[in-house]
Design a binder for this molecule. Structure first.
Ligand SMILES: [Zn+2]
Length: 282
C-alpha cells in the first residue's frame, strides 16, 4: 500500500501530465471502482488529503482517488508515468483485465488499475471535499503539527505503545510502517515504549524525525511506487536508497554497527537497533 510520501510523489508526477488538461471521456470498466456520474472538465488542481488524491475540475466537481492496496495510476501519452502498487502493469499494454477506469485526455489516457478492487474514484462537489467523512477525520500531518499537540495526544494515549500510537491516523496523519520505524530509529525511541513515557524533548525529536524521513522520501521521488517507466522497465529502489532500518534486519546499524533486528510490535513487523533504541529508559 502506498504511504503518504508516495501519494505526494504521485501527485507531483501527475501534475506534469494532466494539470490544465481537459478530460474528454471517462470509461468505467468496473462499477465498484467508480462512484458517481463521470464528470468531464479541465483539471484545475491536484490536491492530496492524507493518502487520497483529489482532481479538481473546472466544473465545480472533483474526482477523489483512493489507491488502497493494489491501485495504480498509469498515464500513457508521449511518455508513460506509472504510480501506485508496483507490478508488470507499469510496462504492460493497457487497458488490460485489471483496468477499472480509463480517463481520456486530448493527448493521453490515465488508467486506473486495481487488481483487488479496494481502491476507487469518487465524484464529489469541489465545495464538499473538506466535508468528506474520510477527509474530515484526518489528523494533522507531521509538518502541520506542533510538539505540544503531539505531546498532549501521547498523554491522552499514555498506555498505548508508541509505535501503535504514531501509526494511528486519527492521532498523526501519514506515518505508515516504513516511516514509523525510520522515525523511531532516528529519534532513538524503542517502539514498545508507552506513548505517555515520552518526554517533551523526545516527542520533539520524534516529530522532527518524522518530518525529515517523509520529506526525504518525497524529495527522492523515485520510489518503486511512482516511476517514470524507462524503456527497459527498470524502477528506482527507494528503500535501498533511503531506509536505515526498515527491512535491514541482520545488517549493521548505520549509527553504531550493532545488528538490526526485526520484532513484532502492535502486530506489525518492526525494525530496530537494539543498542540505539532502548526500552527501559523511562
Ligand atoms: Zn545502533
Amino acid at each position: 500500500m502506498p504511504e503518504l510520501p508516495e501519494v505526494e510523489t504521485i501527485r507531483r508526477g501527475l501534475n506534469q501530465f494532466i494539470l490544465n488538461k481537459k478530460i474528454k471521456k471517462i470509461t468505467t470498466l468496473c462499477e465498484k471502482s467508480f462512484v458517481g456520474t463521470p464528470s468531464i472538465g479541465k483539471v484545475k488542481a491536484i490536491r492530496r488529503f492524507g493518502k487520497a488524491l483529489v482532481l479538481d475540475l473546472d466544473n465545480q466537481k472533483s474526482l477523489m482517488i483512493h489507491l488502497r492496496m493494489t491501485g495504480q495510476l498509469i498515464y500513457d501519452g508521449k511518455e508513460r508515468y506509472a504510480a501506485g502498487h508496483p507490478s508488470d502493469n507499469f510496462i504492460a499494454i493497457l487497458p488490460n483485465k485489471q483496468t477499472r477506469v480509463i480517463i481520456e485526455f486530448e493527448d493521453g489516457r490515465l488508467f486506473f488499475n486495481d487488481q483487488r478492487k479496494f481502491g476507487f474514484i469518487k465524484v464529489i462537489k469541489t465545495n464538499d471535499v473538506a466535508e468528506e467523512s474520510f477527509i474530515k477525520k484526518l489528523a494533522h500531518e507531521p509538518w502541520e503539527m506542533t510538539v505540544t499537540e503531539l505531546y498532549e495526544k501521547f498523554q491522552r494515549h499514555r498506555n498505548s505503545l508508541i509505535k501503535a500510537t504514531i501509526l494511528d491516523q486519527s492521532i498523526i496523519c501519514g506515518l505508515g510502517n516504513i516511516y514509523a520505524d525510520e522515525a523511531l530509529f532516528a529519534s532513538k525511541i524503542h517502539p514498545e515504549r508507552k506513548a505517555g513515557s515520552l518526554s517533551k524533548q523526545e516527542t520533539e525529536a520524534l516529530l522532527t524525525a518524522a518530518c525529515e524521513v517523509m520529506q526525504k522520501s518525497i524529495d527522492s521521488g523515485g520510489s518503486t511506487m511512482a516511476t517514470y517507466v524507462k524503456a527497459d522497465g527498470s524502477k528506482g529502489d527507494y528503500l535501498e536508497k533511503f531506509a536505515q532500518v526498515f527491512r535491514r534486519e541482520g545488517k549493521p546499524c548505520p549509527r553504531c554497527g550493532e545488528q538490526i533486528i526485526k520484532i513484532r510490535v502492535a502486530g506489525r513487523g518492526t525494525h530496530i537497533c537494539p543498542r540505539c533504541q532502548k526500552k527501559g529508559t523511562k
